[in-house]
Design a protein around this ligand. Sequence first.
Ligand code: GDP
Length: 338
Amino acid sequence: MNDSNNAENNFSEGTVVKKSTGHCWVQTSEGVLVCTVSSMLRKQFVYPTSGSRHTVQRVIENDHTDPVAVGDRVRFIRADDTSGMVVGVLPRRTRLSRRGIASNIGGYHFEQVIAANVDLAIPVFAAARPAPAWNLLDRNLASAESLDLPSLICITKLDLVLNPDGSLPDDLQDAARLYRKIGYEMIFTSTVSGAGIDQLRQVLKDRISVFIGKSGVGKSSLLNALQPGLGLRVAEVGCQTGKGRHTTTLTEMLPLDFGGQVIDTPGMREFGLWDVAEDDLAFFFREMKPYVGKCKFGLNCLHNEEPGCAIRKAVMAGEIDPRRYQSFLRIQQDGYFI
Ligand code: GDP
């Protein structure tokens, strides 16, 4: 988070720790500056929604895109003690992105970077209220795989589902077994009983992590349990509906007293993969990767209805979980590939 000065051109460097539409908060060695983003950075490369990848269709300048993400190292010009302007983004070590759709310019897709320079993606799901959406988890995981970002799964609100003897219900035991077998750590937490909170602290310690999850799954409560006051925006329970109200509107990087930082994202209902070609998708399902290239049609197989598909055979032989394969097909059927 060091703020280094560049005497030659009067730029300084800092880290984006919070962002809303139009503004970002840049941590410098002398405090936090609220910055606008230079229009120079608002050029956007537009890709077609089908056809060959990496073909820039046109360049647009607009307000749909956000060139700066939380976690970015940026160059800025200071205006006064409290404000400035971001004029450059330094190369990202890692990023977590999803597909953004600029509906008011004809549905073009663009890369929406949710967080930059993170070490770990943590998809957060509730054990109940709402029930876990495994397909969405599989999307989160495939997306992180495609960006070479390690993931760890957190299932919270454990207190709502435990059996009377304190054991996990069968469906969660099955899920834990499945994802651990594939190679993902899955941890269970409850902010009511305190279960798993220390374990989560160990995971977050001394790294930059990003929480991904729909609103209402319990992210803010987890932040508060990790460190009092951290997740200030826990939804109040609506008197009439009984449902949690969505209050997180900013993406924010929060410093942890015990070391490390966690980026909290606004609840995302959808999570489309960015920059994944249709025939590459199986690479991002860890258990399918070993079968890629072994189908009758070699690398041309989409693992859908083609005869002699090694992945389908592995599903039938019980080597690949059918539910994961269904997730794979659902992502494929979205048809949003570049
Ligand atoms: P966020 O939108 O993901 O930040 O979710 P919140 O933290 O605001 O939580 C949504 C609702 O779930 C609130 O009513 C919380 O009180 C409730 N909640 C969060 N964590 C737990 C938990 O571990 N157990 C139970 N029973 N309820 C929880």
